[in-house]
Design a protein around this ligand. Structure first.
Ligand code: SF4
Length: 373
């Protein structure tokens, strides 16, 4: 079925023409798709009623329904559990950052690009799921629409930034990721305010560079040496640090955008002064900004956040580079990076196809959880 958010103009016009409606109605439909108060064709008041009904049968208004919403950070963050047409679920996070000093207000949506993830980083709740499937471009864009509507409901927004940092590796789903980026730009978002975060898929970085879109590239580094990165980001065995950094530098040269290094700070694993010094040297060489994200504690992982003293020592080791320490938005509501979905799955059985069903008794056939919570 055609998805409204990513349908090409010709396809929309064909459907409209088949119902005797003029082509200019396509523009009307596109505008309506981004109105936060409108959630179905039936609510597009400026369309004839018969046309609304006909379109609802042929075009999917949205590929996302919100199956759960969880607030955090005194009402400035909302985690949505987005249900896709086949029943699979992903997480989408909407974060409001009030204006501070010279920086203006930001409303950022963090989208998922895949259901689960094949990369399998051991500190990540999503990595523990494995890959179930990739999201379509419409499913990525519709997460933004659904989260934008949630922000409006809470008196926040409009959306200023979109980051591809939710579940999945966007550059292992590069065609859908690129189509969704193009769609968001057509909808009026600045490409400079879109950030694709990758664990280092070199061919994907190169593909992104060919699009002509000046989106920001973030590389999830997490380790400054191959031996440690092989453990933290298993994809490093296919694309070692040197190749990833070279691809990042080429991207920056081609697109004229600043590079960002992401570093999930894990207590006793990658928080040494030695790693900090090596990261500092890499960041200086690449003129990269560094985002440090203290790890959220996740069920089943022996790892956790660093001690305050280790975090201070690590940050001191990054002198001379631009560093932001990102707050782990959503940690308080069990919903940072794969955890909202993981928490719900503990209560409801995750089927092999990524859909949720009633929780089976522990030990029952097909149950993936030894003990429900
Ligand atoms: S951190 Fe990112 S790349 Fe690694 S497993 Fe999690 S979602 Fe995948």
């Amino acid at each position: 079925m055609l998805a409204l958010s990513t349908a090409h103009d010709t396809a929309l016009c064909d459907v409209l023409a088949a119902h005797g409606a003029p082509a200019w109605r396509a523009r009307q439909l596109r505008r309506a798709a981004w109105r936060p108060q409108v959630s179905s064709f039936a609510e597009i008041a400026d369309l004839p009623v018969a046309l609304r009904q006909a379109l609802a049968e042929e075009i999917r208004f949205s590929t996302v329904t919100v199956a759960g919403e969880s607030p955090a950070d005194q009402g400035l963050t909302f985690k949505l559990l987005a249900r896709l047409p086949d029943g699979a679920t992903v997480e989408t996070v909407a974060m409001e950052t009030p204006a501070r000093g010279q920086s203006g207000r930001r409303s950022t949506i963090c989208v998922s690009s895949q259901v689960g993830c094949a990369v399998g980083c051991p500190f990540c709740a999503t990595g523990q799921l494995g890959l179930i499937r990739s999201c379509s471009a419409a499913e990525i864009v519709d997460q933004v629409r659904a989260a934008a509507a949630a922000l409006t409901r809470h008196g926040l927004g409009p959306v200023t930034h979109v980051v591809y940092m939710g579940m999945g590796e966007p550059l292992l789903n590069s065609e859908a990721t690129i189509e969704s980026l193009r769609t968001l730009v057509r909808a009026g978002l600045s490409a400079r305010r879109l950030t694709v975060s990758t664990s280092g898929v070199v061919p994907g970085i190169e593909r992104l560079a060919t699009t002509g879109l000046p989106v920001t590239l973030a590389i999830s580094l997490h380790a400054a040496t191959d031996d440690l990165r092989d453990r933290l980001v298993p994809l490093n065995r296919a694309y070692p640090l040197e190749q990833v950094l070279a691809a990042g530098t080429r991207y920056v040269t081609t697109r004229g955008r600043r590079l960002t290094f992401e570093w999930c700070l894990i207590g006793g694993v990658n928080d040494s002064l030695e790693q900090a010094r090596m990261l500092r040297n890499l960041a200086r060489e690449a003129h990269a900004h560094v985002n440090v994200i203290p790890m959220n504690r996740i069920d089943g992982s022996p790892w956790g956040p660093p001690s305050p003293a280790a975090a201070r020592r690590f940050l001191a080791g990054l002198d001379g580079v631009r560093v932001t320490v990102r707050d782990t938005r959503g940690a308080e509501s069990d919903a940072a990076c794969g955890q909202l979905r993981a928490a719900l799955e503990r209560r409801r059985e995750l089927r092999a196809d990524g859909t949720l069903g009633p929780m089976k008794r522990p030990g029952a056939p097909g149950s993936r959880h030894a003990a429900g919570s």
